[in-house]
Write a new protein. Structure first.
Length: 259
């Protein structure tokens, strides 16, 4: 009996069959698009919602998905979420830390409680979930992927969003730090920095005629991103196609950073 020695094709490397993915902040927008893409590539997907449940996303994906709800603004939220997902699926092979929040105010008027809320959701919970998932991967001697959602404000300061800028700068540096430590253990940690996307977080900017015009003038692609525009990058960093990529922050911005 002959044994096939055919090497996988490049498209095979993007398949996620047999993998379990957890995508936070997947009730809508970028998270929902990422979760859908991972499921279409073959993964079973745990879709997380914070205040808004991710049941609609799970229903749209079908049998490959299950919805979970946890408050990541609480220091106990990440542990609760990971425990529930592990009980349902047995493990997590791919973690996408997408959940995020933003608070717009002048720096001198930003309250400490608002600062702490943004940092907890956008940065601390990212570390917590990454830690829970990595500990489990290491105990199983299993390779895995962690994809963090950074921002253009990982590189730039922004205006009237000091906590958000600090948190996303932190996400970029945390990504590199975790990649350095966990690469020898088979865990690849990367981040995506989306540009200006049409989501609920950017509704105020889109509605502001002056800011909307200024933003579009800076983007070579001359349009706001759509959630589906992020799906390919997320799939790449979640799959075997990116096994030699770690510690990177990939911009998906219509050319904003190159302008």
């Amino acid at each position: 009996m002959s044994i096939s020695t055919t090497a996988p094709t490049i498209l095979d490397l993007f398949r996620l069959d047999g993998k379990v993915a957890l995508v936070t902040g997947a009730a809508s927008g970028l998270g929902a698009a990422i979760a859908t893409a991972l499921a279409q590539a073959g993964a079973e997907v745990a879709v997380h919602g914070n205040r808004r449940p991710a049941t609609e996303t799970a229903m749209a994906i079908g049998d490959k998905a299950a919805a979970f709800q946890a408050d990541l603004s609480s220091t106990s939220g990440a542990e609760s979420l990971f425990g529930a997902v592990k009980e349902r699926f047995g493990r997590v092979d791919i973690l996408v830390n997408n959940a995020g929040t933003i608070h717009r105010n002048a720096a001198e008027d930003t309250l400490l409680e608002d600062w702490q809320h943004v940092l907890q959701v956008n940065l601390t919970s990212v570390f917590q979930l990454s830690q829970f998932v990595a500990r489990d991967m290491i105990s199983r001697e299993a390779a895995g992927k962690i994809v963090n959602i950074a921002s253009l404000l990982s590189f730039q300061g922004g205006i009237r969003v000091p906590a958000y800028a600090a948190s996303k700068g932190g996400v970029a540096q945390l990504t590199k730090a975790l990649a350095n430590e966990w690469a020898p253990k088979g865990i690849r940690v990367n981040a995506i920095a989306p540009g200006y996307f049409s989501t609920t977080n950017t509704e105020a900017l889109q509605a502001d005629e002056t800011r909307n015009r200024q933003i579009l003038e800076r983007i070579p692609a001359a349009r706001w991103g759509k959630p589906q525009d992020l799906a390919g990058a997320a799939l790449f960093l979640s799959s075997a196609a990116s096994n030699y990529v770690t510690g990177t922050v990939l911009t998906v911005d219509g050319g904003w950073m190159g302008r």
